[in-house]
Write a protein that binds this ligand. Structure first.
Ligand SMILES: [Zn+2]
Ligand SMILES: [Zn+2]
Length: 425
């Protein structure tokens, strides 16, 4: 960032000699005819300041991808059957292709370690405008072209509740949820967490232990900064770490995390990989302050233009973050993030209403455990902001179920607390 300081002092408008030299170097590199990697082919591309040929570019992409893919492996001795999350966007489109190439390629080890079991797509019709038949067809076609089973899961299924079926359609419930939010930031925030939860739940139901996402470095850097801005800094390691343990038995992995958005675009262009454009909430907006995510994205893009290491520096710093080990952790009722011990201890013995029974004389049942918990007592810092905005009635039923479960376990813990031994005892 010190480079920025130097230019600011230069008020006369002349280019400082150091910068002139750098520009000349850049230009020289750009017009270098021969690929700096293989030194035989004609260079046609610029990859991280080096002019290289297309075969070398592809080689770099595959190599960096494999490094990140291997970093997601937890059990190094087992073959992992993975589910790929496909948004329709360029980065997850590239992920499907690269992973498939790595597995089919006989000369590498990926085929021994990974198997693609399926592709999952969350259909966000209702959140945004409904997916057209043509879009649905295009998405399914991508999976079919690789002979991979395809699962399209409607976002509305987050409202499914077999215990208490209602007359309202899921589409109407999504509408109420979206209308219940007063800011776009909250809308994007809860869609992000509920989408991930839906992917994790579906993966679990289908028997997968790992889901791979196509999140690029650019997207990840945006997520990192916006999480902090939205009061979710405590959970950064859990949200964007490779060995994500947020969803318990289902691990999320991000093998595209080394690539900038534009590097993916170049790859897709050369490979003729077409993505499926689906509008998101901030598509078409011209308001830079539409949401924290939108604002962060343009902030990072702007920095990246002047300082090409911005994104990678941010991500390098973030991988050093780890979650503290918590004894008997509780998870946020909305987003499943680990709760801070201080948050949960406050709510022990919470303010929830007891449903029916009492613990009075002669009551031998376990009904004292039936509690309708106050959701706000069992959410993380970031979701507290969400709860300030929306009424609990518009939230999907899983939120109340999770809060009740959290309430029961904290009440149970407070009942037996006196009998528990500390580590030192
Ligand atoms: Zn080359
Ligand atoms: Zn939360």
């Amino acid at each position: 960032m010190s480079e920025g300081g130097k230019f600011e002092d230069n008020s006369c408008g002349e280019v400082p000699p150091e910068e002139a030299r750098r520009q000349a170097d850049r230009l020289k590199k750009k017009i270098s005819d021969i690929c700096v990697k293989c030194r035989t082919e004609k260079s046609t591309l610029l990859f991280r300041k080096e002019s290289i040929c297309w075969p070398c570019y592809e080689d770099q992409i595959i190599r960096k991808f494999k490094t990140q893919l291997n970093a997601t492996r937890k059990n190094k001795s087992q073959l992992e059957k993975v589910l790929i999350a496909f948004s329709g966007g360029p980065s997850s489109r590239a992920l499907i292709h690269i992973l498939n190439e790595c597995i089919l390629g006989r000369s590498n080890q990926a085929s021994a370690f990974f198997e693609i079991g399926g592709i999952i797509h969350i259909d966000e019709s209702g959140v945004t405008k409904p997916e057209t038949a043509e879009e649905k067809e295009k998405l399914a076609q991508v999976a079919a072209s690789y002979n991979i089973p395809y699962h399209s899961v409607p976002f509305g299924s987050i409202f499914n509740d077999s215990e208490n079926p209602t007359q309202e359609t899921n589409r109407e419930k999504i509408e109420k949820l979206m209308q219940g939010c007063t800011t776009n930031t909250t809308r994007e925030d809860i869609i992000f967490h509920m989408r991930n939860l839906l992917i994790a739940n579906t993966a679990r139901t289908l028997g997968y232990e790992k889901v791979l996402f196509g999140t690029s470095a650019s997207r990840m850097a945006t997520t990192l900064i916006s999480l902090v801005c939205k009061g979710r800094g405590y959970n950064v390691a859990q949200e964007i770490g490779n060995n994500d343990t947020k969803y318990g038995d289902v691990q999320f992995g991000y093998p595209m995390r080394d690539f900038l958005g534009k590097e993916v675009s170049v790859y897709n262009h050369h490979k003729h990989l077409e993505d499926v454009f689906l509008p998101s909430l901030d598509t078409k907006t011209s308001d830079p302050k539409f949401s924290i995510d939108h604002l962060t994205e343009s902030f990072i893009e702007g920095l990246q233009v002047d300082f090409s290491h911005t994104v990678h520096t941010l991500l390098r710093s973030s991988v050093k973050l780890t979650m503290p080990k918590i004894d008997q952790p509780m998870t946020c009722s909305i987003c499943a993030a680990s709760l801070l011990p201080s948050t949960t201890s406050q709510s022990i013995g919470g303010e929830g209403k007891e449903d029916s029974c009492c613990g009075e004389n002669g009551c031998g049942g376990e009904e004292w455990l039936v509690v309708v918990a106050n959701i706000s007592d069992y959410v993380c810092g970031g979701c507290h902001r969400v709860m300030n905005e929306i009424s609990p009635q518009v939230l999907p039923p899983y939120v109340q179920h999770n809060a009740d479960r959290n309430g029961r376990s904290s009440r149970l813990r407070s009942q037996i607390e006196d009998y528990l031994l500390d580590d030192g005892e």
